[in-house]
Design a binder for this molecule. Sequence first.
Ligand code: SF4
Length: 60
Amino acid sequence: MPKKAKVDTEACIGCGLCIGSHSDIFAFNDEGKAEVVAEGDDADVEDAIANCPVQAISEE
Ligand code: SF4
């Protein structure tokens, strides 16, 4: 099942972890914060949510 992630760009510190791990789902925006570029597999979205150091990722 695909899931759509959501990034709170106020909270995101631009560490790049989600982008490094899941470049099919996340990319840097012009401000160096993560943005969602596509839906991802459940497990990948959940992995990104669990590993973001500032809990900036959630499920849409
Ligand atoms: S893991 Fe969290 S803080 Fe790091 S770039 Fe992704 S959303 Fe931003």
